[in-house]
Design a protein around this ligand. Structure first.
Ligand code: NAP
Length: 441
Protein backbone atom coordinates (compact mmCIF):
# COMPACT_ATOMS: atom_id res chain seq x y z
CA UNK A 1 0.00 0.00 0.00
CA UNK A 2 1.27 3.46 -0.87
CA UNK A 3 2.10 5.90 1.87
CA UNK A 4 -0.97 7.95 2.85
CA UNK A 5 -0.72 11.68 2.47
CA UNK A 6 -2.40 14.18 4.70
CA UNK A 7 -2.56 17.79 3.66
CA UNK A 8 -0.81 19.93 6.25
CA UNK A 9 -0.02 23.61 6.00
CA UNK A 10 3.59 24.40 6.74
CA UNK A 11 3.30 28.12 7.46
CA UNK A 12 5.05 28.96 10.70
CA UNK A 13 6.80 25.59 10.95
CA UNK A 14 9.74 25.91 13.32
CA UNK A 15 13.21 25.25 11.99
CA UNK A 16 13.46 21.86 13.66
CA UNK A 17 11.13 20.40 11.05
CA UNK A 18 13.98 20.66 8.59
CA UNK A 19 15.06 17.38 10.21
CA UNK A 20 11.89 15.80 8.98
CA UNK A 21 13.30 15.67 5.46
CA UNK A 22 15.92 13.25 4.25
CA UNK A 23 17.05 9.89 5.52
CA UNK A 24 16.27 8.43 8.89
CA UNK A 25 18.96 9.62 11.24
CA UNK A 26 17.40 8.24 14.41
CA UNK A 27 20.46 6.20 15.28
CA UNK A 28 22.54 9.34 15.50
CA UNK A 29 19.73 11.45 16.98
CA UNK A 30 19.04 9.14 19.92
CA UNK A 31 21.72 8.56 22.53
CA UNK A 32 20.25 6.05 24.95
CA UNK A 33 17.35 4.48 23.13
CA UNK A 34 17.52 2.06 20.24
CA UNK A 35 14.83 2.62 17.65
CA UNK A 36 12.89 -0.36 16.28
CA UNK A 37 14.56 -2.26 13.46
CA UNK A 38 11.31 -2.46 11.55
CA UNK A 39 9.13 0.36 10.27
CA UNK A 40 9.86 3.77 8.84
CA UNK A 41 9.49 7.30 10.07
CA UNK A 42 6.72 9.64 9.07
CA UNK A 43 8.09 12.52 7.02
CA UNK A 44 6.93 15.88 5.73
CA UNK A 45 7.14 16.60 2.02
CA UNK A 46 5.73 19.67 0.28
CA UNK A 47 3.33 20.40 3.08
CA UNK A 48 2.12 16.81 3.28
CA UNK A 49 2.51 14.39 6.12
CA UNK A 50 3.81 11.28 4.38
CA UNK A 51 2.86 8.22 6.37
CA UNK A 52 4.58 4.96 5.41
CA UNK A 53 2.68 1.68 5.64
CA UNK A 54 4.56 0.78 8.83
CA UNK A 55 5.11 4.07 10.65
CA UNK A 56 7.25 4.10 13.79
CA UNK A 57 5.26 5.81 16.51
CA UNK A 58 6.85 6.70 19.85
CA UNK A 59 4.69 6.24 22.90
CA UNK A 60 4.95 6.89 26.64
CA UNK A 61 2.79 4.53 28.61
CA UNK A 62 2.62 6.93 31.55
CA UNK A 63 2.64 6.62 35.33
CA UNK A 64 0.09 5.24 37.79
CA UNK A 65 -2.78 3.81 35.78
CA UNK A 66 -0.90 4.67 32.55
CA UNK A 67 0.40 1.13 31.86
CA UNK A 68 -3.10 -0.36 32.31
CA UNK A 69 -4.79 2.06 29.93
CA UNK A 70 -1.87 1.97 27.49
CA UNK A 71 -1.92 -1.85 27.23
CA UNK A 72 -5.66 -1.82 26.63
CA UNK A 73 -5.53 1.02 24.10
CA UNK A 74 -2.60 -0.41 22.18
CA UNK A 75 -4.47 -3.68 21.69
CA UNK A 76 -7.45 -1.72 20.38
CA UNK A 77 -5.29 0.34 17.96
CA UNK A 78 -3.53 -2.74 16.59
CA UNK A 79 -6.78 -4.66 16.19
CA UNK A 80 -8.44 -1.75 14.37
CA UNK A 81 -5.51 -1.29 11.98
CA UNK A 82 -5.40 -5.02 11.26
CA UNK A 83 -9.16 -5.24 10.74
CA UNK A 84 -9.07 -2.22 8.43
CA UNK A 85 -5.95 -2.87 6.36
CA UNK A 86 -5.00 -6.53 6.89
CA UNK A 87 -1.26 -6.95 6.54
CA UNK A 88 -0.84 -3.82 4.41
CA UNK A 89 -0.50 -1.42 7.31
CA UNK A 90 0.83 -1.73 10.83
CA UNK A 91 2.03 0.64 13.52
CA UNK A 92 5.54 -0.10 14.81
CA UNK A 93 5.42 1.09 18.41
CA UNK A 94 8.55 2.56 19.96
CA UNK A 95 8.51 2.98 23.73
CA UNK A 96 10.14 6.16 24.99
CA UNK A 97 10.27 7.29 28.58
CA UNK A 98 9.17 10.09 30.84
CA UNK A 99 7.98 10.35 34.42
CA UNK A 100 8.64 7.67 37.03
CA UNK A 101 9.84 4.98 34.60
CA UNK A 102 12.38 7.42 33.12
CA UNK A 103 13.48 8.47 36.59
CA UNK A 104 14.08 4.87 37.62
CA UNK A 105 15.93 3.95 34.42
CA UNK A 106 17.83 7.08 33.57
CA UNK A 107 17.79 9.20 36.74
CA UNK A 108 15.83 11.96 35.01
CA UNK A 109 12.10 12.63 34.69
CA UNK A 110 12.45 13.71 31.09
CA UNK A 111 15.37 12.29 29.06
CA UNK A 112 16.43 14.31 26.03
CA UNK A 113 15.97 11.19 23.91
CA UNK A 114 12.23 11.33 24.52
CA UNK A 115 12.01 14.85 23.15
CA UNK A 116 14.23 13.90 20.24
CA UNK A 117 12.07 10.87 19.45
CA UNK A 118 8.85 12.90 19.33
CA UNK A 119 10.62 15.46 17.17
CA UNK A 120 12.15 12.91 14.85
CA UNK A 121 9.14 10.62 14.37
CA UNK A 122 6.71 13.56 14.01
CA UNK A 123 3.66 11.88 15.59
CA UNK A 124 3.43 10.28 19.05
CA UNK A 125 1.09 9.41 21.89
CA UNK A 126 1.34 9.47 25.68
CA UNK A 127 -0.41 8.36 28.83
CA UNK A 128 -0.66 10.54 31.94
CA UNK A 129 2.49 11.46 33.86
CA UNK A 130 3.11 12.20 37.50
CA UNK A 131 3.96 15.80 38.16
CA UNK A 132 6.66 15.61 40.87
CA UNK A 133 5.98 17.97 43.74
CA UNK A 134 8.52 20.78 44.02
CA UNK A 135 10.54 22.58 41.38
CA UNK A 136 13.61 21.69 39.36
CA UNK A 137 12.08 19.41 36.72
CA UNK A 138 10.93 20.02 33.22
CA UNK A 139 7.34 19.28 32.29
CA UNK A 140 7.15 17.05 29.22
CA UNK A 141 4.08 18.83 27.94
CA UNK A 142 5.66 22.25 28.26
CA UNK A 143 8.95 21.08 26.73
CA UNK A 144 7.24 19.38 23.78
CA UNK A 145 4.92 22.29 23.27
CA UNK A 146 7.86 24.67 23.04
CA UNK A 147 10.28 22.52 21.06
CA UNK A 148 7.75 21.26 18.53
CA UNK A 149 5.67 24.45 18.61
CA UNK A 150 2.49 22.48 19.31
CA UNK A 151 0.36 25.56 19.17
CA UNK A 152 -3.11 24.02 19.06
CA UNK A 153 -4.59 21.91 21.82
CA UNK A 154 -7.46 20.06 20.17
CA UNK A 155 -10.20 18.47 22.26
CA UNK A 156 -13.17 16.83 20.53
CA UNK A 157 -16.09 16.36 22.92
CA UNK A 158 -19.02 14.16 21.99
CA UNK A 159 -21.38 11.88 23.81
CA UNK A 160 -21.49 8.12 23.47
CA UNK A 161 -24.97 6.63 23.82
CA UNK A 162 -25.38 4.96 27.18
CA UNK A 163 -22.66 6.93 28.96
CA UNK A 164 -24.05 8.59 32.09
CA UNK A 165 -24.09 12.37 32.01
CA UNK A 166 -25.16 15.11 34.42
CA UNK A 167 -27.18 16.91 31.73
CA UNK A 168 -30.55 16.04 30.18
CA UNK A 169 -29.43 16.04 26.57
CA UNK A 170 -25.79 15.05 26.30
CA UNK A 171 -26.45 13.90 22.71
CA UNK A 172 -26.65 17.57 21.77
CA UNK A 173 -22.97 18.05 22.60
CA UNK A 174 -20.72 17.40 19.64
CA UNK A 175 -18.00 20.01 19.55
CA UNK A 176 -14.30 20.33 18.87
CA UNK A 177 -12.29 22.87 20.84
CA UNK A 178 -9.16 24.40 19.32
CA UNK A 179 -7.33 26.03 22.20
CA UNK A 180 -4.34 28.27 21.54
CA UNK A 181 -1.40 26.70 23.32
CA UNK A 182 1.52 29.09 23.09
CA UNK A 183 0.40 32.53 24.26
CA UNK A 184 -1.86 34.33 26.68
CA UNK A 185 -1.51 34.58 30.44
CA UNK A 186 -0.26 30.95 30.48
CA UNK A 187 3.15 31.94 29.15
CA UNK A 188 4.24 32.30 32.75
CA UNK A 189 5.59 35.81 32.26
CA UNK A 190 4.92 36.88 35.81
CA UNK A 191 6.64 38.09 38.95
CA UNK A 192 5.56 37.49 42.55
CA UNK A 193 4.10 40.07 44.86
CA UNK A 194 6.73 42.20 46.59
CA UNK A 195 9.58 40.98 44.34
CA UNK A 196 12.08 43.51 43.02
CA UNK A 197 11.02 42.58 39.48
CA UNK A 198 7.33 43.14 40.18
CA UNK A 199 8.08 46.45 41.81
CA UNK A 200 10.22 47.48 38.85
CA UNK A 201 7.47 46.60 36.41
CA UNK A 202 4.83 48.42 38.45
CA UNK A 203 7.01 51.48 38.61
CA UNK A 204 7.71 51.28 34.87
CA UNK A 205 4.04 51.17 33.87
CA UNK A 206 3.25 53.95 36.34
CA UNK A 207 5.90 56.19 34.84
CA UNK A 208 5.39 55.31 31.18
CA UNK A 209 1.63 54.80 30.96
CA UNK A 210 0.25 56.34 34.12
CA UNK A 211 -1.16 52.94 35.18
CA UNK A 212 -1.92 52.62 38.87
CA UNK A 213 -1.14 49.13 40.12
CA UNK A 214 -1.10 48.34 43.84
CA UNK A 215 2.50 48.31 44.97
CA UNK A 216 2.41 44.88 46.57
CA UNK A 217 0.76 43.19 43.56
CA UNK A 218 2.04 40.14 41.78
CA UNK A 219 2.08 40.99 38.07
CA UNK A 220 1.97 39.07 34.78
CA UNK A 221 1.82 39.70 31.05
CA UNK A 222 -0.95 38.52 28.76
CA UNK A 223 0.46 38.55 25.23
CA UNK A 224 -1.84 37.59 22.35
CA UNK A 225 -0.60 38.16 18.81
CA UNK A 226 -2.12 38.20 15.33
CA UNK A 227 0.35 35.45 14.35
CA UNK A 228 -0.61 33.17 17.24
CA UNK A 229 -4.32 33.81 16.89
CA UNK A 230 -4.52 33.54 13.13
CA UNK A 231 -2.71 30.24 12.82
CA UNK A 232 -5.00 28.77 15.49
CA UNK A 233 -8.20 30.05 13.89
CA UNK A 234 -6.91 28.99 10.47
CA UNK A 235 -6.48 25.47 11.78
CA UNK A 236 -9.98 25.48 13.27
CA UNK A 237 -11.60 26.71 10.04
CA UNK A 238 -9.61 24.28 7.93
CA UNK A 239 -10.77 21.47 10.21
CA UNK A 240 -14.39 22.63 9.93
CA UNK A 241 -14.07 22.72 6.14
CA UNK A 242 -12.49 19.27 5.87
CA UNK A 243 -15.00 17.64 8.22
CA UNK A 244 -18.11 19.40 6.94
CA UNK A 245 -18.75 21.08 10.30
CA UNK A 246 -21.41 23.80 10.59
CA UNK A 247 -19.74 26.67 12.43
CA UNK A 248 -16.61 28.08 14.01
CA UNK A 249 -17.16 30.11 17.16
CA UNK A 250 -14.50 32.52 18.40
CA UNK A 251 -14.67 32.51 22.20
CA UNK A 252 -13.22 35.58 23.90
CA UNK A 253 -13.59 38.09 26.69
CA UNK A 254 -13.17 41.07 24.38
CA UNK A 255 -15.77 43.17 26.16
CA UNK A 256 -13.26 43.61 28.99
CA UNK A 257 -9.80 42.96 27.51
CA UNK A 258 -10.02 44.75 24.19
CA UNK A 259 -6.47 44.53 22.90
CA UNK A 260 -5.91 40.89 23.72
CA UNK A 261 -9.25 39.03 23.86
CA UNK A 262 -11.03 41.55 21.67
CA UNK A 263 -8.19 41.44 19.19
CA UNK A 264 -8.43 37.62 19.16
CA UNK A 265 -11.98 38.08 17.89
CA UNK A 266 -10.96 40.63 15.24
CA UNK A 267 -8.01 38.61 13.98
CA UNK A 268 -10.17 35.48 13.89
CA UNK A 269 -12.73 37.16 11.64
CA UNK A 270 -9.89 38.52 9.51
CA UNK A 271 -8.59 35.02 8.78
CA UNK A 272 -12.08 33.91 7.77
CA UNK A 273 -12.49 36.96 5.52
CA UNK A 274 -9.03 36.95 3.97
CA UNK A 275 -8.45 33.22 3.52
CA UNK A 276 -11.79 31.40 3.65
CA UNK A 277 -14.28 33.83 2.13
CA UNK A 278 -15.53 31.11 -0.23
CA UNK A 279 -16.59 28.77 2.58
CA UNK A 280 -17.43 31.03 5.52
CA UNK A 281 -20.16 33.51 6.29
CA UNK A 282 -20.49 35.70 9.37
CA UNK A 283 -23.43 35.78 11.74
CA UNK A 284 -23.85 39.42 10.90
CA UNK A 285 -24.24 38.74 7.17
CA UNK A 286 -26.65 35.88 7.80
CA UNK A 287 -28.88 38.02 9.98
CA UNK A 288 -28.73 41.12 7.84
CA UNK A 289 -29.18 39.64 4.40
CA UNK A 290 -30.27 36.03 4.67
CA UNK A 291 -33.08 36.06 7.18
CA UNK A 292 -30.99 34.20 9.74
CA UNK A 293 -30.44 31.18 7.46
CA UNK A 294 -26.94 29.92 6.76
CA UNK A 295 -26.61 28.96 3.06
CA UNK A 296 -25.86 25.27 2.51
CA UNK A 297 -22.15 24.51 2.34
CA UNK A 298 -21.13 27.62 4.26
CA UNK A 299 -19.44 27.57 7.66
CA UNK A 300 -20.97 30.08 10.05
CA UNK A 301 -18.36 32.32 11.71
CA UNK A 302 -19.65 33.64 15.01
CA UNK A 303 -18.21 34.87 18.29
CA UNK A 304 -19.31 34.52 21.88
CA UNK A 305 -18.17 36.13 25.09
CA UNK A 306 -16.55 33.43 27.24
CA UNK A 307 -18.97 33.55 30.17
CA UNK A 308 -22.01 33.37 27.90
CA UNK A 309 -20.40 30.41 26.16
CA UNK A 310 -20.34 28.48 29.44
CA UNK A 311 -24.01 29.27 29.97
CA UNK A 312 -25.14 28.40 26.46
CA UNK A 313 -23.03 25.28 26.41
CA UNK A 314 -25.36 23.98 29.11
CA UNK A 315 -28.64 25.39 27.83
CA UNK A 316 -28.21 25.16 24.05
CA UNK A 317 -25.08 23.20 23.12
CA UNK A 318 -26.31 22.78 19.54
CA UNK A 319 -25.36 26.40 18.93
CA UNK A 320 -21.74 25.28 19.02
CA UNK A 321 -19.71 23.10 16.71
CA UNK A 322 -16.01 23.99 16.30
CA UNK A 323 -14.67 26.45 18.87
CA UNK A 324 -11.49 28.54 18.64
CA UNK A 325 -10.32 29.92 21.97
CA UNK A 326 -7.40 31.56 23.68
CA UNK A 327 -5.30 29.56 26.10
CA UNK A 328 -7.03 30.32 29.41
CA UNK A 329 -10.61 30.28 28.14
CA UNK A 330 -9.97 27.01 26.32
CA UNK A 331 -8.52 25.37 29.39
CA UNK A 332 -11.63 26.02 31.46
CA UNK A 333 -14.04 25.29 28.67
CA UNK A 334 -12.46 21.97 27.67
CA UNK A 335 -13.03 20.37 31.06
CA UNK A 336 -16.46 21.92 31.57
CA UNK A 337 -17.72 20.59 28.25
CA UNK A 338 -16.09 17.19 28.81
CA UNK A 339 -18.07 16.92 32.07
CA UNK A 340 -21.31 17.22 30.10
CA UNK A 341 -20.64 13.99 28.22
CA UNK A 342 -19.29 11.76 30.95
CA UNK A 343 -16.22 13.35 32.40
CA UNK A 344 -12.50 13.04 32.31
CA UNK A 345 -12.17 9.28 31.92
CA UNK A 346 -13.46 9.79 28.37
CA UNK A 347 -12.01 13.06 27.07
CA UNK A 348 -9.30 12.77 24.42
CA UNK A 349 -6.82 15.41 23.37
CA UNK A 350 -4.00 16.25 21.02
CA UNK A 351 -1.36 18.95 20.91
CA UNK A 352 -0.70 19.74 17.30
CA UNK A 353 1.55 22.00 15.23
CA UNK A 354 1.40 22.35 11.48
CA UNK A 355 3.20 19.03 11.26
CA UNK A 356 3.83 17.40 14.63
CA UNK A 357 1.15 15.82 16.77
CA UNK A 358 1.34 14.49 20.32
CA UNK A 359 -1.88 12.85 21.45
CA UNK A 360 -2.65 12.23 25.10
CA UNK A 361 -5.07 11.14 27.77
CA UNK A 362 -6.37 14.32 29.34
CA UNK A 363 -6.83 12.95 32.86
CA UNK A 364 -4.06 12.34 35.40
CA UNK A 365 -2.41 9.17 36.65
CA UNK A 366 -5.16 8.26 39.18
CA UNK A 367 -2.43 6.63 41.31
CA UNK A 368 -4.83 5.02 43.80
CA UNK A 369 -5.98 2.69 41.02
CA UNK A 370 -2.52 1.90 39.62
CA UNK A 371 -1.99 -1.69 38.44
CA UNK A 372 -5.53 -2.73 39.32
CA UNK A 373 -6.67 -3.07 35.71
CA UNK A 374 -9.63 -0.95 36.74
CA UNK A 375 -9.86 2.49 35.16
CA UNK A 376 -11.43 3.64 31.92
CA UNK A 377 -9.01 3.60 28.97
CA UNK A 378 -11.43 5.73 26.90
CA UNK A 379 -9.51 8.99 27.03
CA UNK A 380 -6.29 7.43 25.75
CA UNK A 381 -8.11 5.21 23.24
CA UNK A 382 -9.99 8.17 21.78
CA UNK A 383 -6.76 10.17 21.69
CA UNK A 384 -5.43 7.34 19.55
CA UNK A 385 -8.48 7.75 17.31
CA UNK A 386 -7.45 11.38 16.84
CA UNK A 387 -3.93 10.22 16.07
CA UNK A 388 -5.14 7.75 13.43
CA UNK A 389 -7.20 10.55 11.85
CA UNK A 390 -4.10 12.76 11.88
CA UNK A 391 -2.30 10.00 9.96
CA UNK A 392 -5.16 9.82 7.49
CA UNK A 393 -6.01 6.28 8.64
CA UNK A 394 -9.67 7.15 8.95
CA UNK A 395 -11.03 3.64 8.46
CA UNK A 396 -9.21 2.38 11.55
CA UNK A 397 -10.25 5.47 13.52
CA UNK A 398 -13.88 5.04 12.61
CA UNK A 399 -13.77 1.34 13.39
CA UNK A 400 -12.68 2.08 16.96
CA UNK A 401 -15.30 4.78 17.43
CA UNK A 402 -18.08 2.52 16.19
CA UNK A 403 -16.89 -0.40 18.33
CA UNK A 404 -16.78 1.83 21.41
CA UNK A 405 -20.28 3.11 20.65
CA UNK A 406 -21.50 -0.47 20.50
CA UNK A 407 -19.71 -1.44 23.71
CA UNK A 408 -21.31 1.44 25.62
CA UNK A 409 -24.72 0.57 24.20
CA UNK A 410 -24.18 -2.95 25.58
CA UNK A 411 -23.49 -1.26 28.94
CA UNK A 412 -20.09 -2.91 29.18
CA UNK A 413 -18.11 -0.31 31.10
CA UNK A 414 -15.39 0.24 33.66
CA UNK A 415 -16.11 1.13 37.31
CA UNK A 416 -16.37 4.89 36.79
CA UNK A 417 -19.32 4.60 34.43
CA UNK A 418 -20.77 1.45 36.03
CA UNK A 419 -21.39 3.29 39.29
CA UNK A 420 -23.57 5.79 37.45
CA UNK A 421 -25.35 3.43 35.07
CA UNK A 422 -28.35 1.19 35.71
CA UNK A 423 -27.90 -2.38 34.54
CA UNK A 424 -24.22 -1.94 33.69
CA UNK A 425 -21.79 -4.83 33.40
CA UNK A 426 -18.66 -3.62 35.15
CA UNK A 427 -15.49 -4.92 33.57
CA UNK A 428 -11.75 -4.44 34.02
CA UNK A 429 -9.72 -2.17 31.76
CA UNK A 430 -8.41 -5.14 29.77
CA UNK A 431 -11.87 -6.70 29.49
CA UNK A 432 -13.26 -3.42 28.16
CA UNK A 433 -10.56 -3.47 25.47
CA UNK A 434 -11.50 -7.06 24.58
CA UNK A 435 -15.17 -6.10 24.30
CA UNK A 436 -14.29 -3.19 22.00
CA UNK A 437 -12.13 -5.45 19.84
CA UNK A 438 -14.88 -8.09 19.67
CA UNK A 439 -17.29 -5.35 18.58
CA UNK A 440 -15.06 -4.45 15.63
CA UNK A 441 -16.18 -7.56 13.76
P1 NAP B 1 -6.44 12.31 38.18
O1 NAP B 1 -5.28 11.41 38.10
O2 NAP B 1 -7.02 12.75 36.87
O3 NAP B 1 -7.56 11.57 39.04
C1 NAP B 1 -8.66 12.21 39.64
C2 NAP B 1 -9.86 11.30 39.61
O4 NAP B 1 -10.38 11.26 38.29
C3 NAP B 1 -9.58 9.85 39.95
O5 NAP B 1 -9.49 9.63 41.34
C4 NAP B 1 -10.79 9.20 39.32
O6 NAP B 1 -11.99 9.51 40.01
C5 NAP B 1 -10.91 9.98 38.02
N1 NAP B 1 -10.13 9.37 36.93
C6 NAP B 1 -8.90 9.73 36.46
N2 NAP B 1 -8.54 8.95 35.45
C7 NAP B 1 -9.55 8.09 35.24
C8 NAP B 1 -9.76 7.04 34.33
N3 NAP B 1 -8.88 6.69 33.39
N4 NAP B 1 -10.92 6.32 34.42
C9 NAP B 1 -11.83 6.65 35.34
N5 NAP B 1 -11.70 7.64 36.23
C10 NAP B 1 -10.56 8.35 36.18
O7 NAP B 1 -6.10 13.64 38.97
P2 NAP B 1 -5.17 13.87 40.25
O8 NAP B 1 -5.46 12.77 41.25
O9 NAP B 1 -5.39 15.25 40.62
O10 NAP B 1 -3.71 13.74 39.73
C11 NAP B 1 -2.88 12.58 39.91
C12 NAP B 1 -1.52 12.80 39.22
O11 NAP B 1 -1.70 12.98 37.81
C13 NAP B 1 -0.75 14.04 39.70
O12 NAP B 1 0.61 13.72 39.79
C14 NAP B 1 -0.98 15.05 38.58
O13 NAP B 1 0.03 15.98 38.50
C15 NAP B 1 -0.98 14.15 37.39
N6 NAP B 1 -1.68 14.70 36.20
C16 NAP B 1 -1.13 14.43 34.99
C17 NAP B 1 -1.75 14.88 33.83
C18 NAP B 1 -1.10 14.53 32.49
O14 NAP B 1 -0.05 13.93 32.44
N7 NAP B 1 -1.72 14.89 31.37
C19 NAP B 1 -2.95 15.58 33.89
C20 NAP B 1 -3.51 15.82 35.16
C21 NAP B 1 -2.86 15.36 36.30
P3 NAP B 1 -12.64 8.67 41.23
O15 NAP B 1 -11.75 8.86 42.40
O16 NAP B 1 -13.98 9.31 41.39
O17 NAP B 1 -12.75 7.23 40.84
Amino acid sequence: MHPSRTRIATAGVPSITAHAHGKDVAMSVLEQLTPPKEGQRITITDGHLVVPSQPIIPFIEGDGTGPDIWRASQRIFDAAVKASYGTQRRIVWFEVFAGEKAHTRFGTWLPDDTLRAFQHYVVGIKGPLTTPVGGGFRSLNVALRQILDLYACVRPVRWFEGVPSPVKHPERVDIVIFRENSEDIYMGLEHPSQSAEAKKLIEFVRKEFGWKVREDSGVGLKPMSPFGTKRLVRKAIRYAKERGRRSVTLVHKGNIMKYTEGAFREWGYQVAHDEFADVTITWDEVNRHLDGKVPPGKILMQDYIADVTFQHMLTRPRDFDVLATGNLNGDYLSDAVAAQVGGIGMAPGGNISDVHGVFEATHGTAPKYANQDKVNPGSLTLSGVMMLEHLGWNEAAERITKAMEKTFRQKIVTYDLARLMDGAREVKTSEFATAVIDNMA
